[in-house]
Design a protein around this ligand. Structure first.
Ligand code: ADP
Length: 423
């Protein structure tokens, strides 16, 4: 591997992809790895994002995993580090944002980091330290009822202060508005006043660019993917990154394509419907038949074999809420989910043997199962299809093009659109 410039640690998978897409947009060739790699990786990139599943782990475990990720990134030669969390600052009173950031600062022998989850393009803005989701405070948004990380206080200075013994300060919008020099001075002043962190206001992409520029020499930056917007320009200014780059370019894949869908979200059900309405071929798994031991995977592959040469096929478990509920009542929620995930993962392997090397996959858990079955351990991030969903090159023994879509993402024609944009 060449020496990447930026090493990132994301506290969940889709958040990692989100950040990686942002960096690609800025001209950085970016690799996303799933969990801490066991050894070195052979890739020529400018940024690496290690995606963990640490958001809701007990704090000590989140710290341990994050430190392992940092050690790998340091060893790979990264010169700046980024701790990515959710743009709604998802965390409990115990953490994990504060404890992980503290541990990373210690390990980097550094005393200070900014904290900015703002992502104005996605309606997450920060003003006077208060986080807004759309036009309401975080604590009045749906996040107040989140099952795992309910956010009941929108004042992020207070929220972060609960999670760390370092002093937390604020750089208000009035300062950011004055530009990078004023913001840089405010960082220095906050440090002089004993702050370990400052929450930084941002209400626009321009603010994020100012913050990014002002943080060019920070060893650690913490935030949502928004604040990464300004970072590629720092490397360009330093002559470390070419100005015009084809960071999103992925190698062309010659081969067949298929869509696998295990998400039962409203958006995905609409996408399945649209595919069928446009006259394209589809095969549905029946979880009850799968549970009875019918080899529906073999049936699906037999069905797909003669069709694949004419165009992509859709194989899906996706179903409407009533049908899902009925299956869950018979099989149990976890078992029903696992049966369909396993069937789709085995189908992916079978399709690959039939010559498919381009997959559109719908569903977060489903994507995880498919990626695992295909032996993919890292993703090179390419062009964005719809917000939050890029084409990727799945690396491993058999490279495959993958569009991994979590449930609610994508327009109604997402499947066809993705295939048209495939590398
Ligand atoms: P999303 O991103 O929409 O949450 P996931 O793939 O994460 O999608 O989760 C959907 C879950 O529903 C998976 O565990 C999948 O196996 C399961 N599932 C898919 N089809 C059915 C079905 N017909 N009945 C019950 N569960 C299903």
């Amino acid at each position: 591997m060449n020496q990447p410039l930026l090493g990132c640690i994301a506290d969940d998978f889709t958040g990692g992809t989100d950040l990686a897409s942002m960096l690609v947009r800025g001209g950085m060739r970016t690799l996303q790895v799933i969990g801490v790699p066991e050894g070195p990786i052979d890739a020529d990139v400018d940024a690496v994002v290690i995606a963990l599943k640490s958001r809701t782990l007990p704090a000590a475990e989140a710290v341990e995993e994050s430190l392992a990720a940092l050690a790998w990134l340091k060893q790979a030669g990264c010169r700046q580090f980024f701790f990515k969390y959710c743009s709604t600052f998802d965390s409990t009173a115990e953490g994990n944002i504060g404890p992980v950031a503290d541990a990373l600062l210690n390990a980097l022998d550094s005393q200070f980091a900014l904290a900015c989850p703002a992502f104005p393009e996605n309606q997450r803005t920060l003003f006077n330290g208060y986080l807004f989701v759309g036009d309401v405070l975080l604590s009045e948004s749906g996040m107040r009822n989140h099952p795992l990380t309910p956010m009941t206080d929108a004042n992020l200075v207070r929220v972060l202060q609960q999670q760390t013994s370092r002093k937390v300060g604020l750089i208000p919008h009035s300062v950011v508005n004055q530009g990078a020099t004023a913001t840089r001075q405010a960082f220095a002043q906050a440090q002089a006043e004993g702050c370990g962190y400052t929450i930084v206001d941002a209400t626009s992409n321009l603010d994020l660019k100012v913050i990014g520029e002002a943080a060019a020499d920070h060893v650690l930056i913490t935030g949502g993917s928004g604040v990464a917007l300004g970072l590629p320009d720092n490397f360009k200014r330093a002559g470390l990154l070419p100005d015009a780059s084809s960071a999103a370019e992925l190698p062309h894949m010659e081969g067949l394509s298929a869509v696998l869908s295990g998400s039962c979200s409203i958006a995905t059900n609409g996408q399945v419907e649209q595919w069928q309405q446009s006259g394209r071929p589809s095969f549905a798994f029946d979880p009850l038949r799968l549970a009875d031991g019918h080899d529906q995977v073999a049936e699906a592959l037999d069905w797909a074999r003669p069709l694949l040469n004419q165009g992509p096929v859709l194989i899906y478990g996706s179903a409407k809420p009533e049908a899902v509920k009925a299956v869950q009542e018979r099989l149990g929620v976890t078992a029903a989910g696992e049966i369909v995930e396993r069937a789709l993962a085995q189908t992916a392997l079978g399709l690959r043997d039939l010559g498919v090397n381009t997959f559109v996959v719908a569903g977060g858990e489903t994507s995880g199962a498919v990626v695992k079955a295909l032996g993919v351990d890292a993703l090179r991030i390419g062009e964005t299809i719809d917000p939050g969903v890029p084409w990727t090159l799945g690396m491993g023994q058999h490279p495959v093009a993958l569009a991994l879509k979590s449930g609610n993402f994508g327009t109604r024609d997402f499947f066809s659109k993705a295939l048209e944009l495939a590398p």
